[in-house]
Write a protein that binds this ligand. Structure first.
Ligand code: AG3
Length: 285
């Protein structure tokens, strides 16, 4: 049995630990520590600066909820923008929607994409070769503030708001999002494990709230983002998207011909109901 292990250091006094059967890639620079290893329970695991980013076994929960919720709520998204998401899981799920004409992905680091194609090939599953995919290596904040194109759905698949990911939670980023969102469009973003990172929902709600008419969160439990449910931020000026009824979601889901392992239209509806501790934090914040 392996004695090498990886301890997540996201929280100061508690964290999950993995046995590393094999370290397949590791790079320690002065700015970051990236490691990809194999674990019997979770398959290939990627961690960055002490935080588990994705695992082969449970990535579908996160990627399906980040993609199918906004896309099926919208129902007719033709242009989609992904910020971050270097492992390609978001891109893979977006491209399952046939009516999507083009997907632009802005990732700051080409090396992350290349490494994930090599070591986590099932995440992108060939999506980077799809002619509808347009990959831009750039800073997401600069891109959205400069961009003159408009997108129906924008998905921010970032790290936590510390280090390089921090800028993707700022008002300047959200202003760029507002400018880049087509009329009737919706923005969603990874927004932390709320039991432990409660401040994140409060801050995001304030920042997005001053720019969009409709700011909300939906949630899901992702096994290796430990500590309870993760919240996803939702921002739009189109209130109808939040209130799409179950029958409509079911018919869009069927028409899209999606084979999912987590997403269902009923889960979609239910994911917008938040526990009282989050509602209290939002009301008191
Ligand atoms: N990006 C989100 C990782 C967040 C982990 N944070 C946490 N457990 N609080 C993952 C990239 C997947 N494409």
């Amino acid at each position: 049995m392996s004695t090498l292990s990886y301890l997540e250091t996201l929280y100061p006094s508690w964290g999950q630990q993995f046995l590393m059967d094999e370290v397949v890639f590791e790079v320690k620079t002065e700015h970051q520590h990236l490691v990809i290893f194999k674990n019997a329970q979770w398959g290939t695991v990627m961690a960055l600066d002490g935080v588990i980013q994705t695992t082969e076994k449970d990535e579908f929960v996160y990627h399906e909820m980040m993609v199918h919720v906004p896309l099926l709520a919208h129902g007719n998204a033709k242009k989609v923008l992904i910020i971050g998401g270097g492992d390609g899981g978001i891109l893979r799920e977006v491209l399952k929607h046939q009516y999507v004409e083009s997907v632009t992905q802005v990732e700051i680091d080409q090396q992350v994409i290349d490494m994930c194609i090599t070591y986590l090939p099932n995440h992108s599953a060939g999506a980077y070769n799809n002619p509808k995919a347009n990959i831009v290596i750039d800073d997401g904040v600069e891109f959205v503030n400069r961009c003159t194109e408009k997108f129906d759905v924008i998905i921010s698949d970032s790290t936590d708001p510390m280090g390089p990911g921090e800028v993707l939670f700022t008002s300047r980023f959200y202003q760029g999002i507002q400018q880049s969102l087509a009329e009737g469009g919706v923005f969603v973003a990874q927004n932390g494990v709320s039991f432990l990172q409660t401040g994140e929902v409060v801050t995001t709600a304030k920042r997005l709230g001053s720019l969009f008419q409709d700011v909300h969160f939906y949630s899901s439990a992702i096994p290796t983002y430990v500590g309870g449910i993760m919240c996803f931020a939702w921002a739009s000026d189109n209130r109808a998207l939040l209130n799409v009824d179950l029958a409509t979601l079911e018919s869009r889901f069927a028409a899209a011909g999606l084979q999912t392992r987590f997403y269902t239209p009923q889960l979609h509806k239910g994911s917008f109901a938040l526990p009282q501790y989050i509602l209290d934090a939002l009301n008191n914040g």
